[in-house]
Design a protein around this ligand. Sequence first.
Ligand code: NAG
Ligand code: NAG
Ligand code: NAG
Ligand code: NAG
Ligand code: NAG
Length: 192
Amino acid sequence: MAMKAAKFLHFLFIWLLVCTVLLKSADCHRWKKKIPEPCKNLVLYFHDILYNGSNKHNATSAIVGAPKGANLTILTGNNHFGDVVVFDDPITLDNNLHSTPVGRAQGFYFYDMKNTFNSWLGFTFVLNSTNYKGTITFNGADPILTKYRDISVVGGTGDFLMARGIATISTDAYEGDVYFRLRVNITLYECY
Ligand SMILES: *[C@@H]1O[C@H](CO)[C@@H](O)[C@H](O)[C@H]1NC(C)=O
Ligand SMILES: *[C@@H]1O[C@H](CO)[C@@H](O)[C@H](O)[C@H]1NC(C)=O
Ligand SMILES: *[C@@H]1O[C@H](CO)[C@@H](O)[C@H](O)[C@H]1NC(C)=O
Ligand SMILES: *[C@@H]1O[C@H](CO)[C@@H](O)[C@H](O)[C@H]1NC(C)=O
Ligand SMILES: *[C@@H]1O[C@H](CO)[C@@H](O)[C@H](O)[C@H]1NC(C)=O
């Protein structure tokens, strides 16, 4: 029994030695995975109209959390730090709020920097049109003042089964604190 264990340890030692030598001499970069070619690309827009106390019928999002003492119909000072907004926004193929929606963008964002405008997005595109059926789920940091921001496409269903990729978002319009429109350029690197 002891003999067997010793033999095994000996073998293990030799194997580790061989591995170490091989790894050292190999060019580490050769093991790095190459980024694949994109397999799908689409550009969509979504429109967010924040509830401000008097636009109930038109609003598509609402402040649901705010720092203590702050108002749920007015975004806070301090670059809106601490405000949490839940949304159910229409998605359109072009930049017109009144175009026929192809789906809904559903999720939330919160403002997470005190000294500049910065938010974090977590949402799903729920698409049910003749062109697209299925969902795409996104999340990531959104440094709002930067023209183009990349967030992650973390998954999908239906036409976008197990989608993975990047979405480049940009603010296409901004009207006061009530309305903004985001352009979302979705590039998928994994498609089925
Ligand atoms: C809320 O927004 C609507 C639409 O932009 C605007 O007409 C209205 O005056 C705003 N109300 C308040 C209380 O700011
Ligand atoms: C809804 O709100 C948006 C953004 O404030 C505005 O452009 C649009 O005219 C409003 N629509 C109606 C029907 O009030
Ligand atoms: C928010 O502020 C507005 C304007 O100052 C006020 O009319 C409203 O009652 C406030 N709402 C809450 C929930 O404090
Ligand atoms: C998509 O739209 C069709 C036709 O309007 C409807 O029958 C179906 O239930 C919808 N599916 C989802 C997931 O909303
Ligand atoms: C979308 O993003 C991809 C990848 O960054 C880029 O190649 C493409 O030109 C963009 N498309 C549009 C319409 O902006």
